[in-house]
Design a protein around this ligand. Sequence first.
Ligand code: PEP
Ligand code: MG
Length: 325
Amino acid sequence: ERERLIRLRHTPAVTIDGHKVELLANIEQPADAAAAVRAGAVGVGLFRTEFLFMGKGSHLPGEEEQYQAYRQVIEGMQGLPVTIRTIDVGADKPLEKGHKDDHLNPALGLRAIRWSLADPVMFRTQLRAVLRAAAHGRVNLLFPMIAHVSEIHQALAQVDLARAELDARGVAYGPVRLGAMIEVPAAALLARRFLHYFDYLSIGTNDLIQYALAIDRADESVAHLYDPLHPAVLRLVADVIAAGAELGKSVSVCGEVAGDVAMTRLLLGLGLRSFSMHPAQILAVKQELLRADTRKLVPWAQQVLESDDPAQAMEVLAMAQEKSA
Ligand code: PEP
Ligand code: MG
């Protein structure tokens, strides 16, 4: 089985009915780029840069150190695109291990883009490092947890300022595509509007599920209610994908569901053509999509979307398929 998956590495990711699908890797460290290439990823869909900052005590990496780290990933990906997400600390990812966040409600507090906008000097240090690294390859810049249009304006203004700072120093930098993560239900509802400001969107289902269902993603006592197949979650995901298709902009999913083979067909049926996941999942998801026919999956996904019990609706289909096979 393992060998068969390995042979799949160079097989193009195309459905039976000819739809090309992009399979990208989620990475946390520059060294992970090698695993992404080995798995046959066509790029990095999510570089969680906060891992460069976590557990570093008071020594946070500066512009030069970050630039080297980003450049290492870009060069490691050998010309394939790399999506660099700006720092997403707070809540389940504290800067210091074991540090107890004593804010009232860390998941709803100062985290991700909010944290960056609260510390523009730190934020622009990271933006300058990313812009400089972009001189070495194709880079997508990604902002986590955008919820307000005002945050979009502020983040984009910081990018402009970072460019101006590099210009003033006479330092070279490259172009970046700009994107936002859709992880807050409010953002999913406004995806069409947000797309006016961005080249692409990436749906972070891990947080989108948490915020849509009011379930702390790290709390074991409510883990049984953390449901990627909740009809409301599916509706939000489907609407964001549809918004991208309408406006001709790419939408990917980079939460855990993108690497779950039990979700591959449903996401394809909802129109998703870009999946970003842990490198270890890529070949299994590819195997699944090579057997998929979107002509059948599209009407079926609509039925699942309308169901009060999508998990059961999916099971019924799986059994029907087994019978016909
Ligand atoms: C997500 O929320 O789905 C996501 C990909 O980001 P993270 O898991 O790093 O919060
Ligand atoms: Mg997230």
